[in-house]
Design a protein around this ligand. Structure first.
Ligand code: TRP
Length: 456
């Protein structure tokens, strides 16, 4: 255990600090930008009818996501430990109870469960790098692209192999530690991904169906919006911003004292949302141009983009680069998903980072086979939300993350005293007041209303 200077909130972290403010922003952006933006957002938006869903998602990002992210970072920086110990320590320090550690435990579990299926989809992405580079999609028709996808996910051996490979990559980086491992990976990936999304957008604008895609995304037919889709929008906001599960709290623990939490959060939220919207704008026109179904589900991106690349000049090159970048984006997110569990094992069980990464990675790898098999051998096994994959996704995104976010905002807004939070957020001016209003009332009440109506 680390030696603590009790009470004054100026602790140092066991795992080292970010080398700069920019490194922190890059790392958090790297965790936020991932499959959530390019894979999940388009298909969830498609399944929930577009327009109204997208607007609710944007409202959730601003009114709930932003204050939750700020709360997580400030809690993390004040505690300077893994999410479990931080919540326990601050719970006591703020005169409440050490039982708040359960919020941290929930987050450790959420990270493990999310990565168990995230790694499977990231494995698809790896496979698509190889397929793209081999020219499989050059000039392919939509039937060919779809049957290629179906044949691939239909093989549990192939999907299982790619899942294994991806988990090995994630464990490798996590084992190497905060600065060496995490920082290097994100520096070039986000700008490069943004650039390729713009290339795709350019193609999509010329597809002749751009207007149709735009109106699908932004024309709100409120009558079609159910509480179920509002919950999906809320869950997506949490998922894509990496919040509600202590990951950002764990990253906040390594944040230097002088960095502005508000500024960093705003930068991350803006970048993440911009990439999701860009992905939607690139994908939906292609869906309509090729007569595909926007409500197709998890395969949507893996059908539309290869198809578009296959028809584009230089498409083989762009397609390969795109899936490489998406794999990188997934990789930097996977690191964040493991961080709460790994930091917890290191501090509690006194293991090295490498040992902790192996233990946690191994567990996630095993659990992941539930999702590997959901697309083939066990695709007919359906209960509650659908396949095993669907259930793990629903439970984590739509239940665990909003609940985690609820507890985090209640903790930051109600349990922590004004002095502690204004100290971390740097002052008690208008921005601080806005945060406090959102964290105390808007976010918790909003989350409760949505959860209550969607589940009852
Ligand atoms: N935000 C990531 C994405 O969009 C997924 C994610 C959810 C995540 N929770 C996380 C990543 C926690 C890192 C840490 O792909």
């Amino acid at each position: 255990m680390l030696k603590q200077q009790a009470g004054d909130g100026k602790r140092t972290s066991l795992h080292g600090n970010w080398s700069s403010r920019m490194a922190f922003i890059l790392a958090v952006t790297g965790s936020a930008v991932g499959l959530g933006n390019n894979w999940k957002f388009p298909y969830i938006a498609g399944q929930n009818g577009g327009g109204a869903f997208v607007l609710v998602y944007l409202i959730c990002v601003v009114a709930i996501g932003m204050p939750v992210m700020m709360s997580e970072i400030l809690i993390g920086r004040r505690g300077r430990r893994n999410p479990v110990s931080t919540m326990e320590l601050l719970g006591k320090e703020e005169g409440s109870s050490g039982k708040w550690r359960w919020v941290g435990s929930l987050s450790v579990l959420a990270g493990i469960l999310i990565l168990s299926y995230y790694s499977v989809i990231a494995g698809w992405t790896l496979a698509y790098v190889v397929k793209s580079a081999a020219g499989v999609f050059v000039g392919a028709s939509s039937e060919m692209v779809e049957s290629e996808f179906n044949a691939f996910v239909g093989s549990w051996q192939l999907v299982g192999f790619c899942h294994t490979l991806f988990m090995a990559l994630a464990v490798f980086v996590v084992a190497r530690g905060v600065e060496r491992g995490l920082e290097r990976a994100v520096k070039f990936m986000v700008p490069a991904l943004l650039f390729l999304m713009l290339v795709l957008l350019g193609y999509s604008i010329n597809s002749g169906h751009f207007g149709e895609g735009v109106s699908f995304m932004f024309t709100a037919d409120w009558s079609r919006l159910t509480w179920g889709s509002v919950l999906a929008a809320l869950g997506q906001a949490f998922f894509t911003l990496s919040i509600g599960m202590g990951a950002i709290m764990a990253y906040g623990a390594y944040l230097p004292e002088e960095t502005s939490i508000t500024g960093a959060s705003a930068a991350v939220v803006t970048a993440d949302t911009a990439i999701a919207i860009l992905a939607g704008l690139a994908i939906f026109p292609l869906v309509f141009a090729n007569g595909l179904n926007p409500a197709d589900g998890p395969g949507l991106v893996f059908d539309t983009l290869p198809l578009a690349f296959g028809q584009m000049a230089g498409g083989m090159f762009f397609s390969t680069i795109f899936f490489v970048l998406l794999s990188f984006a997934a990789w930097t997110s996977a690191i964040g998903l493991m961080e709460p569990a790994v930091a917890w094992i290191v501090e509690r069980l006194n293991r090295t980072r490498a040992e902790a990464a192996l233990i946690i990675g191994g567990a996630i790898w095993v659990i992941g086979f539930g999702s590997v098999l959901s697309f083939n051998v066990l695709s007919d096994v359906k209960f509650l939300a659908g396949t095993i994959f669907d259930n793990v996704d629903y439970l984590t995104s739509n239940i665990m993350l909003p609940l985690g976010g609820l507890m985090i905002t209640i903790f930051a807004g109600w349990v922590m005293c004004r002095n502690s939070t204004s100290d971390e957020l740097g002052g008690s001016g208008g921005l601080y007041k806005a945060w406090r209003l959102l964290a105390r009332y808007v976010a918790p009440i909003g989350i409760l209303i949505v959860l209550f109506n969607a589940v009852s």
